[in-house]
Design a protein around this ligand. Structure first.
Ligand code: PLP
Length: 381
């Protein structure tokens, strides 16, 4: 059997044709494909505005900048995420505070976050960055209530979750990144994620003010809006310090065809998840699925006692499982800052057991049966 990775992109002829025709068109970057991708993505998640960027890390950077985060200001996130969810706060000199996960959903715990916020004076924190970990949407309704009470903003790191949703207390479906509860949502188009652009990302919001700020920061802080004085057609102003975080037309063309296939991919991911769950039920622990939530399943994580043993055993069968994630507060850069006093025991316990099994739409039934058989044979001898 072929090697089986934990994740894999799927590029078909339609994707290739779309990229080739963009290469033959007038614009390689800053052309019509970027706008088309933004419009289609905004519609897909149900947000008013979308800003395409060169990767989600840049997207997180301009998100915290657009919200006005400054040196020394404090933001809360989960330790069970990719480092970029926290790094964006450091890019602008902010302080990262970690709050623990819920041991069943593996998501940032509303209870822990509430306790952390309420243990400090008013105004101590500026924002919260919850992560739709593994593709399971955070129920942002409770976080919004908490944030409003304390004057905080919310950035939803939805990199794992295009197509996922939770159901709010009124019974309404809330798509990840729709901006109804979070101020800003951020998505990644790295090939291991759902939609592959090579590199790429999208920032979504319902606020026109934030949209304008995000679009400006993506392109050097330059604007051509102020044409009141008659300077001439070449005129532009640099209003603020921005970056070049643009996505190309080539990547956007790929993003458009990939986005069109996302629903089908998420359905297949859920089929694969259900097959794993049926095989492991009552034997091996996996991520809880709260009522009304639809998991986009970037990952399928299980918890086992001898995690290193299973990881190595699977590799001998050319099954390349992966670990998501080493808790961010234990990475050397963050360790040096010092998080000894924070109680993050659920995150540390989770990390000692977690392992992500192969999860991608093109995984075959035969390959999945092989993975399940090997996992069960390791755990049960
Ligand atoms: C992948 C990922 C990012 C960063 O995405 P890039 O597009 O690679 O910059 C940020 N947050 C989470 C949770 C991710 O999984």
């Amino acid at each position: 059997m072929q090697a089986i990775p934990y994740g894999r992109q799927k590029i078909d002829q339609e994707d290739i044709d779309a990229v080739v025709s963009t290469l033959q068109a007038d614009f390689l970057t800053q052309g019509p494909k970027v706008n088309e991708f933004e419009d289609k993505f905004a519609k897909y998640v149900g947000a008013k505005y979308a800003v395409a960027v060169n990767n989600a890390t840049s997207g997180l950077h301009i998100a915290v900048s657009a919200l006005g985060l400054k040196v020394g200001e404090r933001v809360i996130t989960t330790p069970i995420t990719f480092a970029a969810s926290a790094n964006c706060v450091r890019f602008v000199g902010g302080e990262v505070w970690f709050s623990d996960i819920d041991p069943d959903t593996f998501l940032l715990s509303l209870e822990h976050t509430k306790r952390l916020i309420e243990s400090k004076p008013k105004g101590f924190f500026k924002g919260i960055i919850p992560v739709d970990f593994a593709g399971l949407p955070v129920n942002l309704e409770g976080f919004r209530e908490l944030a409003d009470k304390h004057g905080l903003w919310i950035i939803e790191d939805a990199c794992h979750a295009p197509g996922g949703y939770f159901t709010d207390s009124k019974g309404n479906i809330q798509m990840c990144g729709n901006g109804n509860y979070a101020n800003i949502g951020v998505f990644s188009f790295h090939p291991v994620k759902h939609i592959a652009c090579g590199e790429g990302g999208m920032v979504t919001t319902n606020s026109e003010m934030l949209y304008k700020k995000l679009a400006s920061l993506r392109t050097h802080g330059i604007s051509k809006d102020n044409m009141s004085e008659n300077h001439g057609g070449w005129f532009y102003e640099m209003q603020e310090l921005g970056y070049n975080y643009r996505l190309t037309d080539i990547q956007s063309a790929l993003g458009i065809t990939q986005l069109a296939k996302n629903d089908k991919g998420v359905v297949r991911r859920n089929e694969i998840a259900n097959t794993y769950k049926n095989a492991f039920k009552g034997k091996i622990n996996y991520q809880d699925q709260p009522k009304g939530a639809y998991n986009a399943h970037h990952l399928f994580v299980i918890e086992v006692e001898d995690r290193k043993g299973l990881y190595d055993f699977l590799r001998t069968h050319r099954i390349f499982a992966q670990i998501h994630y080493i808790p961010v507060h234990t990475l050397p850069y963050y360790k040096d800052i010092g998080y000894e006093s924070a109680d993050l025991s659920n995150s540390e316990m989770y990390y000692s057991k977690c392992i992500s099994l192969p999860m991608y739409p093109s995984l075959t039934d035969e390959e999945q049966r092989f993975v399940i058989e090997k996992v069960l044979s390791f755990v049960y001898g």
